[in-house]
Design a protein around this ligand. Structure first.
Ligand code: PAF
Length: 293
């Protein structure tokens, strides 16, 4: 049994700690409801840095007015158990008013990579993400931060923010952790009914079929048709697809109808769909080895 992490809830406490901290600091920002995907990030950060910090903060500014902020799963005690098991040294778990006191009025926005995909269907979402992550980076001043690639767009947006604002923080994206049947781990999977849970892995299967298709039909037009057909099939199976797109990474430039596709370039096939009331996202990254982020 590992030691429990020390918990900070105020900016004064974490600032005081940071002034005295030495060595390589590793950071994993989360909104809690930790699962094996988060545990993988924590294990890696611990093995690569002298000190590991986990933040748990359900960030209100990245939720739209009609989104699931109040229903977002909160499992703080269990999160602390996972943090202790993974040997996390410090947990920062501030309240919303600690991070956004009355009169708060400053936001940071990435204005290119954040436009397609979730940026289009969740206006303001990435503005909230970049703002909170920048605030957390300023407080924790990590040397290395790890993010899950299930949120691939978030990763590329944050990478750009770090580069553009000269933050000098190393960030890495860690491959998506999946259930045995292929479903990407997500805190939101907890919302799925039994029947929906059985259906949900079809999203990953659809992405795998598209990947195969790209190998055999790399010509732009037939590949676009295969994306459209997959979207129709998923909708017929009971999903409500929000987007299914193939984009060049890291810039996240959507490939337009009929654009010739070079299947050796770094690409992301990204998907968001509702299953009942639950919004699920997933993606596949191709040719990551050629990726210059
Ligand atoms: O990926 C998440 O859990 C959140 O978007 C993050 C990065 C912790 C910011 O609130």
């Amino acid at each position: 049994m590992s030691n429990s992490p020390q918990i900070f809830t105020t900016i004064a406490e974490i600032t005081d700690w940071r002034r005295k901290a030495r060595g390589q600091i590793g950071f994993v920002p989360t909104m809690g409801a930790l699962h094996e995907g988060h545990a993988t990030l924590l294990r890696q950060i611990r093995s690569r840095c002298d000190t590991s910090v986990l933040s748990i903060f359900v960030n209100p500014t990245q939720f739209g007015p009609k989104e699931d902020l109040s229903k977002y799963p909160k499992t703080f005690e269990r999160d602390l158990e996972i943090a202790a098991r993974e040997g996390v040294d410090f947990v920062f778990a501030p309240s919303p008013t600690e991070m956004y006191p009355f009169g708060y009025s400053t936001f940071v926005e990435e204005t290119s990579r954040s436009l397609p995909l979730c940026g289009k269907v969740r206006p303001g979402h990435f503005r909230g993400v970049t703002t909170i992550v920048l605030k957390l980076f300023n407080l924790i001043r990590p040397d290395l931060a790890l993010f899950g690639l299930k949120d691939a767009q978030q990763f590329f947006v944050l990478k750009k923010m770090i580069q553009d604002l000269n933050l000098g923080i190393r960030v890495e994206g860690i491959p998506t952790v999946r259930e045995k049947d292929g479903l990407a781990l997500s805190s939101r999977n907890a919302y799925l009914s039994g029947e929906e849970r059985e259906k949900a892995p079809q999203l990953h299967q659809a992405l795998l079929r598209i990947k195969e298709n790209l190998k055999t039909h790399p010509s732009g037009a037939s590949f676009t048709r295969s994306l459209e057909q997959t979207e129709k099939d998923l909708n017929a199976q009971g999903f409500q697809v929000q987007y299914l797109e193939c984009l060049e990474i890291p810039e996240l430039k959507p490939l337009k109808d009929g654009d010739p596709i070079d299947p050796t370039r770094p690409l992301c096939i990204a998907l968001a769909a509702y299953l009942g009331k639950t919004r699920l996202i997933d993606n596949i990254i191709l040719n990551e080895e050629h990726l210059q982020v």
